[in-house]
Write a new protein. Structure first.
Lengths: 323, 323
């Protein structure tokens, strides 16, 4: 009998979510109560996580029912199975997490970064079913990407390709990025980038805005969204600028891999047309003529609360025994 | 018996070169005397070309010896087998050239663009042997690219991916490009881009230079090279600027596909260290830390006079019978 289930682990900077998923993308059991930062010792983290997974595995009929385990984690390297230089996680050194979990669970484990996991999830269960060439862009605290070419994730020669949040979109007077460089796409178009734009607008402009009622230091992209749907002109312009910059970047991405679709995922994507319309306009304006109108701009079809675990679990289908 | 030979056709804006090649990349017979622009009627062009090829095929032992035919051509679409919107060719409409040649020769034919053909040639016979992830950059009249990911050419969903000469490298006050947009990489870093930089420097600067002895209207990148190797400061700075801009662009390409190598090909690549050193410096300065020092910057190992035909012919090994 084929093994009918996979385990998905979404290892985030704040929460770790894990669960058991079937081939149709139904989540049978899941747990989202584990706080990543509560485990400064990686061994404690692995123990707690694997105990939780083992309990679920028993519940669904035992280890013989599990095809494999997929992990999505910041800076997860598909080739090495290690988490490398992940600034937001409590463990400073490289963590050979695929091997550690595989040894504990006695199951094949595959690791990739969170955005790649989202792309695999979208291809397996979501808007990218049947597509062989697409780019997943995750608009969260940062901007991540998972690139699929010819039906395969682009891992590069070292396992960590696809850092489109860090292409340089402004070469002069660009914003300082957490990566140490300036002008990265994510400094403008992540949720934090949108809040940063709002603070700049509030400081540099004189016009009235609902955003002036909010403390600039705690202002978030959600505040900008709420103001924009109430018709606030400044908030609308913040989304227009964000969308324009994304569209400029997407035009360059299209020149690289000519994807069938660019799929948006993550908190900011919920802004819908406020963001999609200026992106589309900037894509059309900036793209090389031969590509004009060919690449669809669409939203993820995965429920945000489920997507992380689904994406990670989808990787489990291709996990191999460690050699 | 395996068929031991392939036919390669390099269809350029000026010359058409074709020949018969064996599995080791030895060119058995070739002809580079055909002038593309001499055939305003595509049917005349196809007739002359196929007559020439048939004569060669007879010479090497007949059609049974030929595995397939590969064509590299500007705007050649791998999926459709058509040349689409090729501004520098005499035929205005889309040309279904793969089918036309296949019917005439009664052999399988595959088409791709010239830069992709160069990448396949490099992977089959040159510096990229054994590599699964690399980017070929052709620095000629324009800037072309062939991208290999996981051992396969990146064609995109429409067959024409990999137009890295047209990523926007200067978003403000960028140079006008032949494509109608401004700031494209090739407006700065093609052979014509280098001549353009020279004219700008001569006009905007006061310092002496060997380049001032040349009529600016006819000045070429080769003049700049000759001046630079004689130690001319302005000429050296022109290559430094060209290299810096290429290095900035390469840093973004690395964030996309994390290639093992970026391979330079074409006339400008002959400038060697004059260009390689500033490219490497700008790559190192601009690349995201996780990729630093991982991607090699190397020159093509194919002789320029042979490369076009070798690249095109390499595609012939995978040509399939048209359905």
């Amino acid at each position: 009998m084929e093994k009918p289930y996979v385990v998905g682990i979404d290892l985030g900077g704040t929460n770790t979510v894990f669960g058991v998923v079937d081939a149709k993308g139904t989540i049978l059991v899941s747990d989202s109560s584990m706080k990543t930062q509560a485990y400064p010792d990686i061994n404690d983290y692995i123990s707690t996580l694997c105990n939780g997974i083992n309990a679920f595995v028993e519940k669904v009929g035992g280890r013989d029912k599990i095809r494999g385990v997929g992990i999505g984690a910041p800076n997860g390297n598909y080739f090495s199975g290690c988490i490398e230089f992940a600034a937001n996680l409590p463990w400073r050194e490289n963590v050979p997490i695929a091997r550690m979990i595989s040894e504990k669970l006695n199951l094949p484990v595959a690791l990739t970064n969170d955005a790649n996991a989202a792309a695999i999830g979208e291809m397996t269960y979501g808007a990218a079913r049947g597509m062989k060439d697409f780019i997943m862009i995750t608009l969260g605290t940062g901007v991540g990407s998972g690139i699929v070419v010819g039906g395969n994730l682009v891992y590069g020669h070292d396992g960590v390709a696809g850092e489109l949040g860090h292409v340089i979109i402004r070469r002069t007077n660009g914003r300082l990025c957490g990566c140490g460089r300036t002008g990265c796409l994510e400094t403008y178009t992540s949720a934090t980038g949108v809040a940063r734009t709002a603070r700049e607008f509030l400081e540099n402009r004189k016009d009235d805005s609902l955003l002036r009622q909010i403390n600039p230091d705690t202002l978030t992209s959600k505040d900008v969204y709420i103001a924009a749907i109430q018709g606030d002109q400044m908030a609308i312009e913040i989304f227009e600028l964000t969308g324009r910059i994304l569209g400029e970047a997407f035009a360059d991405f299209i020149a690289f891999s000519s994807p069938e679709a660019i799929i948006l995922f993550g908190g900011l994507a919920n802004a819908g047309d406020l963001l999609l319309k200026p992106i589309q306009a900037a894509m059309d304006k900036n793209v090389l003529k031969v590509f004009l109108g060919k690449t669809k701009l669409i939203l993820s079809q995965l429920k945000e609360s489920d997507a992380a675990i689904l994406g990670a679990s989808a990787l489990g289908w291709e996990a191999k025994e460690l050699s």
